[in-house]
Each structure stands twice: as structure tokens, then as C-alpha cells.
Write a protein that binds this ligand. Sequence first.
Ligand code: ARG
Length: 617
Amino acid sequence: MSETTTTDLEPAGKLDRLFRRAIEVALDEQGDFDPVIRPAQNPEFGDYQCNAAMSLAKSRGLKPRELAERIIEAVEPGDFIQTMEVAGPGFINITIDPAALGEMLQEMSGPDLGVGTPGAGHVICVDLCGVNVAKQMHVGHLRSTIIGDAIARLHERTGWTVHRENHLGDWGLPIAMTMSSLRDSDTNTAALTLDDLNRAYRDAQLSGRSDRRGLEGAIANGCGPHRVIELQEQNAGADEVIGRAKQVLLALQSGDPVMVAEWNDLIQCTMNEVFDTLSMLNVRIGPEHNRGESFYSRRLPEVVEAFVDAGIGIEDDGAIVVRIEGQERPLLIRKSDGGFLYATTDLAAIRHRVVDLGSERVVYVVDARQRDHFRDVFAGARLIGWDRTGEGIRSDLHHLPFGSVLGADKKPLKTRSGDNFTLRALLEEAISRGVAEVAARAADEQAPTHGMDEAGLHAIGRAVGIAAVKYADLSSGVMKDYVFDLDRMIAFEGNTGPYMQYAHARICSILHRATEEGVEWDHAAPEIGTIEEKQLAIMLLRYPGTVRETTDQLEPHRLCTYLYELANAYSSFYQGCPVLKADRPEIVRSRLRLCELVKRTLEDGLELLGIEAPDRM
Ligand code: ARG
């Protein structure tokens, strides 16, 4: 994990350090006092304020304003701060020297925009996507994929070694049931279609569903004999179906070549569709990231054995369970019939990720409904010590639960017929909305896209549609449910993906015009004069810290909020400060330089969210 989130590039970070030291001197006390540096409420009074004097004075019986004065005196002299002033009950208003801001911007303008690589030498695993073989990808997988990809990109950007792990549901009884159902219908799996697969999955689910509770209830409630017999029959049928699926699973587990070939066909068929859909989403997830349940299947006996040998896995009525302190229900890792569970596989996966791969962080981007599962599995892993890397570093096992995608009725998103939306249908809809939006804008003769060919417009429209979906997902906070409302998501105003893209494209147009007019601004030093320039500079300098913080906290919405604020600061700057028509050529160049930095920052930030930034819109 990175040591600090604010960088010295950021004025707030620099002030924090200066004032931390000054407070010690002013109090004549050693201690790591938080100087409480905050952006100023009103830019007329300064750029930042230090709010620490009040509470520090109170607990020491000092006068806050006096202490504030002493702190000001103790601040190390330099040319970074222009003025400091005590205000109100003991705030210190701080104004930053504009020239210092210009220099800091110059420093930030390197290829990495000042972000650096605080994660270098550290390893992380991101458990993302997690689709199930033989089952349609749906909106539930959308979030795991989008959020997981963003988390992975952020860590890559800050220097971490990243393992993207797609923990496919590609093993066990559900798949065996689908395989068995395909055998019943004599389907040639070598020529399997997605429809075949979906049908087989549904059939298997229906015929395998037993209703024991219903039966007991029916008997207890004195339902007529018809209903009771009906349910009895259904249960017998279900037992039979499940029995045959178990045979298939056994054959598969023992490596029966025919079964293994059929199983591979199922995976191929599912993954073709999955990767096709993922390619619409512009995420970096490919077959090389597949590490599904099957990968761990052979390790499960030794996982249980390790728990038993350590005295942590205890026999309970033929099953093996792990007792977890403070919890009534133990963690089941082997059933009494010898079968293993979802949790057993996840324990094997943790061992692989932490002990074998050396991950100091394992982030599970999985539906909030699996919260208890991960709580228990993490507890089990800690008990046996699989939360420590080979070098003995304790890994941060982290479930990043996400909320549901809701329809306009605030219920989980469904089609009109009540089915789950397929991810593909959803994305196709978003893309066609994006294309329509871009085409409508291109009709305007002033638009930079006017006269562009259809393929070009389509590419931009596609990027806009996908940006709308991804940004809406990432900006609302991972934990929250959100309503899938394409009208709102695709709007070019407000905190949306298309707005961010549009802000970027508008700056591209200005830079383009400048180039056409023969203006050079390559090495121009940014000169900060107006309030808007200053606000924009301060905002830009927050970028590296924001990226680090977003990465550390696993909160992509922080980066979204930042980009939105940056776009707004740019807007105020653009309204208040003419760029190409500025009074002096140096100012034209300086402002172009600012424009370019904003453009690069927006582009970089969007890239970290997995969102494209077209030059024209
Ligand atoms: N396939 C699982 C599901 O759809 C998600 C996998 C999540 N990752 C994990 N390591 N358990 O529920």
C-alpha cells in the first residue's frame, strides 16, 4: 500500500507538512498534530485554511488566536506561501504564491502527471467478472467487471503488479446438470449454440428443483392428496435428475475424456459470448485471466486436509467444519457425502493468491449478497495462516461488495417479460443511444464532427454509450444500488460520462485551433494570474493525490467526483479567461498550457476508469 496519499506536488500536502512542523514549534511539544488543512471556504480570503489552532488551544488552556499567531511565526519561511492571516476565532487563512503554483504545475506535467508508482514492488489480485459457465451473463456481472477493471487499472497505474482473476463458475453440480441435460436431448456439444446452452441450463434447473418444504407444508396443512402426490413426484424426479448429474460430475472429475471434451465445449461456447460482450465494454479481461473453480478442484482434498491437520477442521456428523470465533454457524468445508463447497474453493483460491502469488491485497468485486460468505472464508483463511504471503506480510483480504442495478420501478432490473436483461442487450441499447446522440450533434454545421463519415461517427457514438453506462456505475459509489436510467446517463450535462468526454473534446478543439493558427505553447511556463486560473491550478495539482487515494480506498467514485470538479473548474476558467484572444502572447501560451494539462488529466482519469476520450464529439 502506498505510504501517503497526498503528494508533495499538491499544495495541501506541502502545507500539511509545513504546518505539522510549525505546530510542534509553536506548542513546544513533540507530537504528530494534524494541522487540519482545508480548502478555503471563500477564495477571496485565501486558498487554504489551517483549522487546528482552536482545538489545540482549548485542550491546553491557551487563547486560540494567540496560538494561531505563534503557528504562523513558526512556519518555515520560503516562497511557497504568499500570505497567512488569523481570522475569526483562530483560523489561519493561507494564500499560495501564484508563481509557486506555476512551478508545481510544471513539475506535474511529466508523462505520469505526477502520480508516481507508490505501489511498485507490491502485488494485488482483483477477483472480477466471475461469470458462470452455461449461464447468460447479466447485469449483475456488469458491475463486477466494470468496477474490477477500474480497480485493476488504478493499481497498475500506481505501480502495483496486478493479477486479474476471473473466478469462473466452471465446475460442480450446476454444470454437471447442464451437461446431463444436454446429453438427454442428444445435443452435439461440438456444435453447441448459446441457445442450446441456455435451454439446457433452464431445463436442468427446473427438473432438478425439488420442493421438500412445499411437500412438508402441503402435508401439514392438510392439502388434498393431489397436491401431495404432485409434489412427491416432483421430488422423486428431482432426485433422479440430480443423481444422474452426480454421475456426470464423477466422470468429469475422474478425467473421462468424453466428458472433459464436452465440458470444454460448454466453456468455449460460454466464453465466446462473454468475451464478445466484454469487448463492447472496453475492459482488459481476456482468456489469460480465467482461473475458475475447475483450476482449484484438484486442490480441494488437500485444503480440507490442511485444516484437519492443523486441528481447525473438525468432524461434525461426517462433515468437516471450521468453527469461527463469535459466530454461531461454523464454516462447512466438506459435506458428509464427501463433496466440497463454494467456500472450499475460495479457501484454495486465497492460498493461491496470497501464498503462491504473494498478493498483499486481494480485492473481491462481488455482489453484496455474498458478504457472509467472504466474511467466513476470510476468517477461515486467517485461522490457518493463508492470509500471509511467503514473506510473512499480512494480506488485506477485501470484499468490495456492490449494490444492485435497479429498473425505473426501483426493483432489480428486469425486462418487461420479467426476465433478467442480458448484458449484451443492455449495452447494445446504450450504444445505439450514443450513436443517435452523436449523429444528431454532427448535423450542426459548427460541430467538429460535421461531415465525418458514418464509421467515424459510429465509433464515437459507441464510446459515448459505453461511457454513459460505465461512468454511471462507477460514479455512484460502489456500495449503492442505482437506477439504470439511460436518459440520465447519456446526458451531456451533469456528472455523466458523456459530459466528461465532451469537456475533453472541447479542449481538443481549442488546442487544434491554436495549432492551426500557428501558436506554439510546448514549453510555456504556466503563469497564474486570475482567480479562475488559480482555482484551476489548485484543482489540477490535486490529481496525483486523488488517484492514489482512489486506489488506496478502492473508491472509483472519488476519481469521478474529482474529474467532474476539474471539468467545472475548467468551465469557469474558460468563461473568465480568454485563451486565444488573451492580451499578451505569453498569456495565450500559458493558458493553452493549462488547457493541455486539463485535457491530459481528463484523458488519463477517464482511462483509469476504462472510458475512452474521443478528440471530437
Ligand atoms: N461465480 C460466482 C457467482 O456468480 C462469483 C465468483 C466470485 N468470486 C469468488 N472468488 N467467489 O456467484
